[in-house]
Design a protein around this ligand. Structure first.
Ligand code: FEO
Ligand code: CA
Ligand code: CA
Length: 733
C-alpha cells in the first residue's frame, strides 16, 4: 500500500489566472433615457440597492426628467483619511470606522450544529449547514414585514454570498489525503463538495449597533455542489446537456466556483460559475467526438481535475460513487445518458436563486451563455424597457458580454421570484463586445442568424443551443476583443456608465506587439528583483452604450484607471496614483446604491504584494470621455512601441477622487461587497487569508502565512466583515 501523501500545491499560482483563447481574433482588442436631475439624485440617495431600482421606476412613472442646464449635482466627497499600504496580518480601516467579523468559514448555520473546531476534524456531514470557504460576491436583501423584500430595510436582511473555492491545506487534519494519485478519504471530499456554492444567512443589527447573524433562522440555506437545480432557457434539453443524472438534459446537481454575483429587479440572486472547467477530469479523450474536444479545449477542461474528486476511492454505495463519477468527463459508457461525458456543459452558467424561498430549486439561465462567468451586473432599470446584464469572462484574452431581455420590465413582477426569472432571463439576445481603436465599440449578436457564426470555420455549431453552450467559440467567430481578464462590471447609477475591471495579463498575451487601444499597456513591474511583464497591474475600462440606452449595439469607451505602483514610471503609472491610492490587480468593483456615485474597488493581487496586502478603495469617478486621447510608449528592455488609447480624468482632476479605505490580512484577496438598505453597514469579504501556506507546514502553526481572524495559532479562515462608521454615518463619505 502506498503511504498517504499530500499533493504539492502550487500555492503561488492563481487558479483564476487561466487562458484558453487561441484564436487569431484581433487582439484589439441615460440609460436612463433622461439625465437624472439633481432632485432625483437626492431622492436616489435615500434608496438602497433595490431601492434605487425602485427609485428609478418611480421616477419614470412620475415623468421625472431633466431639470435642464445646470443640473449636475455637487460631487460626493470621500470623508475619511486614506489608510497606508500594509503587510500586517490584520484588517485596517480608517480612523472613525470599525470592522467586525460576522461570518467565518465553518460557522454554524442551523440549530444543533457545533462550533467549528477549525482543526480539520469537524464532522463532514455537518458542512451543508456551515459557512462555505472562499467568501466571494454577495448581495444584501433587506427584510420587511412577512419576510418580504424591503430594499430600504436598514436593520435586518438576508446576506447571500458565494463560496468560490477552497484552501485545502486548512480543511482536513493534514491537507488532502491522496494515495497513488487518488483521493482516499471520502469524508474529506464530502466536506469540499459542501464548502463550495452559496450561503444565505439572516443578519440583523442589534440594539447595541452590532451586526450578527441568526444561526437558526428558517431562511438560512446552503446551496452547494449537491443541490438539485434546473437548466432553463435556450440550451435546456440539448443533446449536449444529457447526463446520467438527467437523460433529458434539464436537470443538474449543484453549482461551483461561484465568483461574483448579480441581482434582479424582482428580488432574486444571481451567482456566476467561473473556473468550473478545472474541476472536471479529462485525462483521456478517447471516444469523444471532435466537436466536444474542441469545446473542452476552448474552455480548459483537461487533466485529472484540480481537487481530484473524480478519483475518489472507497464509496459506500452506488449513489456515493455517482457523486464522484459526475466529475469525470471521459467517455465511460455506451451513451451520454449513462455517464458524465457532458458534465462540463452543465457548468459555466449564471444561476438564479430565490433567497426568500428556501425550498425553491435554483435555475441555471442558459440564455446568458456558458463561459467563465465572473459576475452579472444589472443595468439601469426602466419601466417598459428591456433589462440588461453585463458580464465578464475571466480568463486571459477572454471577452465581455451583455444579455438583453426580450421581455420589457414591468414592476408588477417584483417579488415573483423564479417565475419572473423565467420571463426575463430565458429569452433575449446575447452580445459580445468589440472595442475599437478609435474609442468606439460594437455589441455583436451571438446567434446562428449571424453569418459569421453560421459559417464559422473554427467550430461547426450544431444548433442555436450550441451557440449558448459554446459561447466562447461564437464570440471568436464574430471577432470580439481579447481583454486583460474581464472581472466585475458595475453601473454608475448617476449616468449609466458601465465599469469593468481587467485584472491583469501576462507577458506572452500582452507582449509589446500585442496591445490594443482598450488593453494598451505592456511593461515590466519588477517584484523582488523578478520581472513581471505584460499588464501585471491591470486597469479599469468603462463604456457608455449609445444614447445611454443599455440595449444599444454601439458604445464609446475609455480607460478609467490604471493599476500601478506609485513609484512606477509615468508611462506605467498613467493615472498618477500616489501613496494614498496606488493598487494592483483590480477585481471586485461595485457602485453603492445608498450613495449614488460612490464606487468601491477591490483587489486580488499577486504583483504588488511585496509592498502591500490586497485592499479596498473608494472612488468618486467622473464619466466616459472626461479625459483625453493619449499615446503610450510601452517598453520591453531596449525596445519601445507606441500605443494610442483614451484615458479618463486622473484621480483628483475634475472633482474625481480615489482613496484607499481598507487593507486586508496576509495572503487574502478582498472581494464581495454589499450594503445595508441605508448604506450605514458595509459588508466586505476577506477571501483565503494565508493561502500561500505550504501543505507541509500544516503541523507547524508558526509557519502559517496568516492566523486571521481568530489569531494565536489558529488556522486562517475566509470571513465576512461588517464595517460601520463610529458616528453611524454613511460609509466612505
Ligand atoms: Fe474569481 Fe475572476 O475572480
Ligand atoms: Ca473575482
Ligand atoms: Ca480574480
Amino acid at each position: 500500500m502506498n503511504a498517504p501523501t499530500t499533493r504539492p500545491r502550487q500555492a503561488l499560482i492563481d487558479p483564476d489566472d487561466q487562458g484558453y483563447n487561441r484564436t487569431a481574433n484581433p487582439s484589439l482588442n441615460h440609460l436612463i433615457e433622461q439625465r437624472l436631475s439633481r432632485r432625483s439624485l437626492l431622492r436616489g440617495g435615500m434608496a438602497s440597492a433595490g431601492g434605487a431600482l425602485l427609485g428609478s421606476l418611480s421616477l419614470a412613472a412620475c415623468g421625472g426628467g431633466s431639470d435642464g442646464a445646470g443640473d449636475s449635482p455637487a460631487p460626493l466627497q470621500l470623508g475619511f483619511n486614506p489608510v497606508a499600504k500594509s503587510l500586517a496580518d490584520a484588517v485596517i480601516v480608517p480612523a472613525g470606522y470599525s470592522a467586525s467579523v460576522l461570518f467565518r468559514l465553518g460557522d454554524p448555520m442551523a440549530a444543533g450544529v457545533p462550533e467549528y473546531r477549525n482543526d480539520g476534524t469537524d464532522e463532514p456531514g455537518s458542512y451543508d449547514r456551515r459557512a462555505g470557504d472562499h467568501h466571494d460576491g454577495m448581495t444584501w436583501f433587506g427584510l420587511g414585514s412577512g419576510d418580504r423584500w424591503e430594499p430600504r430595510a436598514a436593520q435586518r436582511g438576508l446576506l447571500v454570498q458565494n463560496h468560490e473555492a477552497i484552501t485545502p491545506v486548512f480543511l482536513h487534519p493534514n491537507g488532502q489525503t491522496i494515495r497513488a494519485g487518488a483521493r482516499s478519504v471520502p469524508g474529506e471530499v464530502l466536506r469540499e463538495f459542501y464548502l463550495h456554492g452559496v450561503s444565505i444567512i439572516e443578519t440583523s443589527k442589534g440594539s447595541n449597533g452590532q451586526w450578527s447573524y441568526q444561526r437558526d433562522s428558517r431562511l438560512n440555506r446552503r446551496v452547494h455542489t449537491l443541490t438539485p437545480m434546473e437548466l432553463s432557457g435556450p440550451a435546456k434539453g440539448s443533446a449536449q446537456l444529457v447526463t446520467a443524472y438527467d437523460p433529458q438534459g434539464g436537470k443538474v446537481r449543484g453549482t461551483l466556483n461561484n465568483c461574483a454575483n448579480g441581482s434582479t429587479p424582482w428580488g432574486t440572486y444571481l451567482t456566476c460559475e467561473e473556473n468550473w472547467a478545472g474541476y472536471f477530469r479529462l485525462a483521456s479523450t478517447q471516444g469523444h467526438d471532435a466537436r466536444t474536444l474542441s469545446n473542452y479545449k476552448r474552455y480548459g477542461v483537461s487533466g485529472e481535475g484540480r481537487e481530484l474528486w473524480a478519483t475518489t476511492q472507497g464509496a459506500a454505495n452506488a449513489a456515493e460513487q455517482d457523486s464522484y463519477d459526475r466529475w469525470n468527463a471521459q467517455v465511460r459508457a455506451a451513451n451520454a445518458a449513462q455517464d458524465y461525458r457532458y458534465g462540463p456543459n452543465t457548468y459555466g452558467w449564471v444561476v438564479e436563486i430565490d433567497p426568500f424561498n428556501p425550498n425553491s430549486t435554483p435555475k441555471k439561465r442558459t440564455a446568458l451563455g456558458r463561459f467563465g462567468h465572473e459576475g452579472a451586473a444589472l443595468g439601469p432599470v426602466q419601466a417598459g424597457q428591456p433589462l440588461v446584464w453585463y458580464m465578464g469572462d475571466d480568463a486571459r484574452n477572454e471577452y465581455v458580454y451583455k444579455f438583453v431581455s426580450d421581455a420589457l420590465w414591468d414592476s408588477a413582477d417584483l417579488g415573483k421570484g423564479l417565475a419572473a426569472g423565467d420571463k426575463y432571463l430565458d429569452k433575449g439576445k446575447l452580445y459580445v463586445a468589440r472595442f475599437n481603436e478609435d474609442g468606439s465599440g460594437e455589441w455583436l449578436h451571438l446567434s446562428l442568424a449571424n453569418p459569421a457564426i453560421r459559417g464559422y470555420a473554427g467550430y461547426a455549431f450544431a444548433d442555436e443551443a450550441d451557440v449558448y453552450i459554446n459561447a466562447r467559440h461564437a464570440a471568436d467567430a464574430v471577432g470580439a476583443t481579447k481583454m486583460d481578464r474581464p472581472e466585475w462590471t458595475s453601473i454608475n447609477p448617476l449616468n449609466g456608465d458601465v465599469y469593468l475591471t481587467l485584472t491583469n495579463n501576462n507577458a506572452s498575451n500582452r507582449a509589446l506587439d500585442k496591445t490594443n487601444a482598450a488593453n494598451p499597456r505592456s511593461y515590466n513591474d519588477p517584484k523582488n528583483g523578478k520581472d513581471q511583464k505584460g499588464n501585471p497591474n491591470g486597469h479599469v475600462l468603462r463604456f457608455a452604450d449609445a444614447g445611454r440606452n443599455p440595449a444599444a449595439t454601439r458604445l464609446t469607451w475609455d480607460v478609467y484607471l490604471f493599476g500601478a505602483r506609485a513609484s512606477a514610471p509615468a508611462q506605467v503609472n498613467l493615472s498618477g496614483l500616489t501613496a494614498d491610492n496606488d493598487f494592483s490587480s483590480p477585481d471586485g468593483l461595485w457602485f453603492s446604491q445608498a450613495a449614488p456615485g460612490l464606487l468601491w474597488l477591490e483587489t486580488d493581487d499577486g504583483a504588488y504584494t511585496d509592498v502591500t496586502n490586497c485592499m479596498l478603495l473608494a472612488a468618486v469617478p467622473g464619466q466616459v470621455g472626461d479625459g483625453a486621447a493619449k499615446t503610450i510608449v510601452n517598453q520591453d528592455g531596449d525596445k519601445t512601441r507606441e500605443q494610442k488609447t483614451f484615458i479618463g480624468a486622473r484621480p483628483g482632476e475634475k472633482n474625481t477622487q480615489l482613496k484607499r479605505f481598507l487593507v486586508g490580512p496576509k495572503g487574502c484577496e478582498i472581494t464581495g461587497i454589499a450594503e445595508s438598505g441605508d448604506g450605514r453597514a458595509l459588508f466586505v469579504n476577506i477571501q483565503h487569508p494565508g493561502e500561500d501556506t505550504a501543505e507541509a507546514d500544516i503541523g507547524n502553526p508558526a509557519r502559517y502565512q496568516s492566523h486571521w481572524p481568530d489569531g494565536g495559532n489558529a488556522r486562517p479562515r475566509s470571513a465576512t466583515l461588517v464595517i460601520t462608521r463610529n458616528d453611524g454615518g454613511l460609509i466612505g463619505l
